[in-house]
Ligand binder design. Structure first.
Ligand code: SF4
Length: 102
């Protein structure tokens, strides 16, 4: 992670994606727009900054799930928890979601 982030233009999110997809050795959770939105809505983090959201996620999600969680956040955000029109009534995690409960 440190070596990747020392490269020009590579931040923590990109480094996380490279470690996940290129090296199959996830070191964290890449917080993109989907991960940020879902984390805030579900209640996994109330932070706005991606790096703080990631730290909240890492406290709650065991490392053995990093690989799956990285992908689940993206696919859930693209297909169910869509920014402008989330499909809450068909969402498989709506009973855990703070936003849905409100
Ligand atoms: S219930 Fe709605 S807001 Fe909550 S995670 Fe599912 S789609 Fe997103």
């Amino acid at each position: 992670m440190e070596e990747l982030q020392s490269l020009p233009g590579v931040g923590r999110k990109t480094a996380n994606v490279v470690m996940l997809e290129a090296f199959h050795n996830p070191q964290g959770i890449a917080v993109d727009t989907h991960a940020k939105r879902i984390s805030n809505k579900v209640g996994l983090s109330n932070k706005a900054e991606p790096e703080k959201i990631e730290q909240d996620l890492l406290k709650q999600i065991p490392k053995e799930f990093y690989y799956d969680v990285n992908h689940l956040l993206v696919w859930h955000g693209r297909n169910i928890c869509i920014a402008r029109n989330p499909k809450c009534d068909n969402c498989p995690i709506n009973k855990y979601c703070d936003s849905y409960k409100k």
